[in-house]
Design a protein around this ligand. Structure first.
Ligand code: 0A1
Ligand code: ZN
Length: 883
């Protein structure tokens, strides 16, 4: 793509009014407009004179005509908020250069040239955290997707691959460690300054460039690859954090080994560095040989990190490492292909975590994320295919759809091919496209050829948005079970009509008496309707469908409560068992929140739910980790998703009342369960993790039923805790209660961990997500707390994302929750537009919320849209949400 940009100011914000004062929108970039870049950039040399307030950058690019592209007399070098202090071509000051917005256009007459440009930037003023920025006294970069253009002028697009050589120099005392991609090839001293030269032999796009300079310490280890290459591994952190890096290092070594064994991928440099930074917009970044991580996904020890945090560190370390092949060795041709690297890499990290721990529990967790985040995205105004067709700001497309649904789509290919054939497909992809900037189409074709699949119709999963709805109706006819299936892909913005897609559904039919099934089968539903007949049933069996969540769809099955109870107790697929449990509870809550439930019905439904949960508590064959999943209530947002128009107040009340009813009827069992698992000593094995999980789940039911007892139990759990999982779980329960222990333990927690940013983030988040009646006032007060700042994305998310995800606070009937998020977006947008824009989707759900609240949500969107200096990020999200 070679598309002009509107002018931008140094903060990355654009004026939304043209000269006549009329509002106008940033340009739309379309996938179909892709054209190869007319120039190749075989080599790039960069020199950085580093300073927190002023960094000078000298670049030297060798450029040559790209024979595979249309001829152009000019070269476009992207810039964003930077000015060139010098521009030279072939050693002479450039005569013919112009600015097009913030891009620099040079006229180049010959076949090959050398371009040299100087820029000067102020990293300390970079609150957007894109490009080169200062964090806690150190300097680091974030270049994906379009941050490199905030450092120097360059063809900042993923299909321009170059070999980078970089010289870093700066004050020894301030920046004792100087790091870049690849290997260090030289270093030296110069008075109080020192320098290092780095060379990365692998051609890469500018978004994978990284540098880090600062006062850091490393945990060092090594890994010997399958072909005997010795790789030095470092995890770099600030002094004082080293003893929290062991888990990250172990996770890295496990990832390297797993990728060799599972995908045949070997690491390709002698050095692999991970650096933790505390100011970061996202989780982590896969820069070649120099991964930069949010501290949240590196630092972990049992005292300060929960079991969930440990799992997240392992998953993100794996994810970034796996990108070395799926993302770096093979990158994306353009940003519309983002799911090529992200969907595939999410699948790879999910499979890795499945292999390291319990496969079914990991699958349930992943599906919960998909349903909790991606399904609402797919049914709302921001719905887009995993390979979008257009965008205004690519940062808005780092979505759950591109990542998580992208992973599900590739997982379906794996299910249809089988593991072995799928591996042949991925081998074909890696062999064929190594060193290239590829497309999703390249990936699909490789899987087709390598795995022997026909994916012609399956390609629709890449182009159609929306979560397919599958209907399943089982009947019995003359000794046969008859399964009638139907599918409908809902219309989404810009896509009113959809075609049927191939949907792989794993099913099993159970004999109610024996509790056995006749073997799992894989059906591919590829038309609007289909009928399958199964011989040999003298009675109607019980249908278990979409086992293992074989397809990312919603299932409407005609199934009664007895059958759900049967599956919840007997299904031999753990996911299907969990699903039956969820359906049982969701069905009841949807009916009660819609008001179509009589008193008798309510009593009998609740009794059935209690019976099923009681059986789960008593089932000796279950591991506690799985028991914890089976005991979990479906989230409020999941229940809301099942309704055309949700009344969040009503759903909340019904859900809490059901919890209280369960807490009352299973009181003794829950107390006993809590007591049993409290005796399990701390360790990181699955059994002890499971014990910790059910411990807090038990408390949540008791808290709804018997707040005083729960307060005592939670306070005791807090006091006895020798790990963060138990402590945070207890505090989470207490923050929702009104007793004195809430205040005591919140104060204790703060004092205990003051100065530990990641744990203080938890302190903010726990209060913002609490069930306490005054949560809105609490959040307002916390925004004025001396530890709160809009400059640190983790802190912003810990307060406001937790609040926006708390239906009880965000949807408070006064509309104050919406106003707070509206205020936040406007205040944060000029500081960090990427983070600000991520707060728009919760307001964008207004069409699915009852009229009174919907109007107030919409008012906030209108108020934001009326602001005349919005970033491209927020502008795009707000205008799409208003629709
Ligand atoms: N590629 C990274 C995600 C990422 C994207 C943009 C960023 O800029 C702020 C940072 C990271 C990943 O998938 O891990
Ligand atoms: Zn990624």
């Amino acid at each position: 793509m070679d598309i002009a940009r509107t002018p931008s100011n140094p903060d990355g914000n654009i004026e939304m009014a043209d000269a006549a004062g009329e509002p106008h929108s940033p340009p739309e970039i379309r996938r179909e407009d892709y054209r190869p870049f007319p120039w190749l950039v075989p080599e790039t040399r960069l020199e950085f004179e580093l300073g927190l307030e002023s960094t000078r950058v000298r670049s030297k690019l060798t450029v040559a005509r790209n024979a595979k592209a249309d001829h152009s007399p000019t070269i476009r070098l992207n810039g964003d908020g930077i000015e060139a202090t010098s521009v030279m071509v072939d050693g002479e000051p450039a005569q013919a250069f112009t600015m097009d917005g913030s891009d620099l256009i040079l006229t180049l007459p010959g076949e090959a040239h050398e371009i040299a440009i100087e820029t000067e930037i102020d990293p300390s003023a970079n609150s957007q955290l894109m490009g080169l920025f200062a964090s806690n006294g150190m300097l680091c970069t974030q270049c994906e997707s379009e941050g490199f253009r905030r450092i120097t002028f360059f063809p900042d697009r993923p299909d321009v691959l170059s070999v980078f050589t970089v010289r870093l120099s700066g004050a020894k005392a301030q920046f004792p460690i100087l790091m870049c991609n690849g290997n260090r090839v030289d270093e030296g001293e110069d008075g109080d300054d020192h320098w290092a030269e780095w060379h990365d032999p692998w051609p890469k796009p500018s978004y994978l460039f990284a540098l880090v300079a600062g006062d850091l310490l490393a945990r060092t280890d090594s890994f010997t690859t399958m072909n005997g290459r010795e790789v030095e591994l470092n995890v770099w952190v600030r002094e004082g954090d080293l003893d929290r890096t062991e888990h990250a290092m172990e996770s890295l070594k496990r990832s390297m080994k797993w990728d060799e064994e599972t995908f045949g991928r070997e690491y390709d440099l002698d050095l692999f560095n991970i650096v933790a930074v505390s100011d970061f917009n996202m989780g982590a970044m896969e820069n070649k040989g120099l991964n930069v991580f949010n501290t949240k996904y590196v630092l972990a020890d049992p005292e300060t990190a929960t079991d969930g945090d440990f799992d997240a560190v392992e998953g993100v370390i794996g994810h970034e490492y796996f990108h070395n092949w799926s993302g770096n060795r093979i990158t994306c041709r353009d940003w519309f292909q983002l799911s090529l690297k992200e969907g595939f890499t999410v699948l790879r990290d999910q499979l890795f975590s499945q292999d390291m721990h319990s496969e079914p529990v990991k699958r349930i967790e992943d599906v919960r994320v998909l349903r909790g985040v991606q399904f609402p995205e797919d049914s709302g105004p921001l719905a887009h295919p995993i390979r979008p067709d257009s965008y205004r700001e690519i940062s808005n497309f780092y979505t759950s759809t591109v990542y998580n649904k992208g992973a599900e789509v590739i997982r379906m290919m794996r299910t249809m091919a089988g593991e072995e054939a799928f591996r042949k497909g991925t081998d074909t992809y890696f062999d064929r496209h190594d060193g290239e900037a590829a497309t999703c189409e390249d990936f699909i074709t490789s899987i087709e050829d390598g795995a022997g699949l026909d994916l012609k119709q399956f390609r629709l999963w890449y182009s159609q948005a929306g979560t397919p709805k599958v209907t399943a109706d089982l009947s019995h006819d003359n000794g046969e079970a008859v399964l009638r299936l139907g599918q409908q892909v809902p219309s989404t913005p810009g896509q009113p009509n959809k075609k049927p897609m191939p949907i792989p559904l794993k099913i099993a039919l159970f004999d109610r008496e024996t509790g056995k099934n006749s073997g799992e089968q894989l059906l591919i539903l590829d038309s609007d309707t289909a009928e399958h007949r199964f011989a040999g049933f003298d009675k109607k069996p019980v249908l278990s469908i979409n086992r293992g969540f074989s397809a990312p769809v919603t299932i409407q099955r005609d199934i009664d409560r007895d059958e759900l109870l049967f599956l919840a107790a007997k299904d031999d697929d753990p996911f299907a068992r969990y699903e039956a449990m969820q359906d049982l509870i969701t069905g009841h809550l949807v009916a009660s929140a819609s008001g179509d439930l009589g008193d008798d019905e309510r009593v009998s439904a609740r009794a059935d739910i209690a019976t099923a949960l009681s059986a789960v508590i008593a089932d000796g064959s279950l591991e506690d980790l799985m028991r914890g999943e089976l005991l979990l209530m479906p989230s409020q947002s999941y229940i809301g998703e099942q309704l055309e128009l949700a009344d969040p107040g009503r759903i909340h009340a019904e859900r809490e009342s059901l919890k209280a009813a369960i807490g009352t009827s299973l009181h003794d069992e829950l107390v006993q369960l809590h007591s049993r698992v409290s005796d399990v000593p701390f360790s990181m094995d699955a059994q002890a993790k499971g014990a910790r999980k059910v411990k807090t789940v038990a408390l949540t039911y008791l808290a709804a039923a018997s707040p005083e007892l729960a307060e005592t139990m939670a306070a005791a759990q807090y006091d006895a805790a020798d790990n963060m999982t138990d402590r945070q779980g207890a505090l989470m329960v207490l923050t929702g209660l009104e007793g004195v222990e809430r205040t005591n333990k919140l104060l204790d927690f703060y004092n205990r961990y003051e100065g530990n940013a990641l744990v203080i983030d938890k302190w903010f988040a726990l209060q913002a997500s609490s069930l306490h009646p005054n949560v809105v006032e609490h959040v307002k007060a916390l925004a004025d707390h001396p530890d709160f700042t809009l400059r640190n994305p983790n802190r912003v998310r810990s307060l406001y994302m937790a609040f926006a995800a708390n239906p009880h606070g965000f949807h408070i009937e006064t509309g104050e929750g919406y106003r707070m998020i509206g205020d936040l977006i406007l205040e944060l947008d000029p500081i960090n537009s990427q983070t600000a824009a991520r707060f728009v989707p919760p307001l964008g759900r207004w069409r699915r919320i009852e009229a009174g609240r919907a109007a107030m949500m919409r008012d906030q969107l209108d108020r934001i849209a009326a602001f005349d200096k919005l970033s491209r990020d927020t502008y795009e999200q707000v205008s799409r949400s208003i629709g």
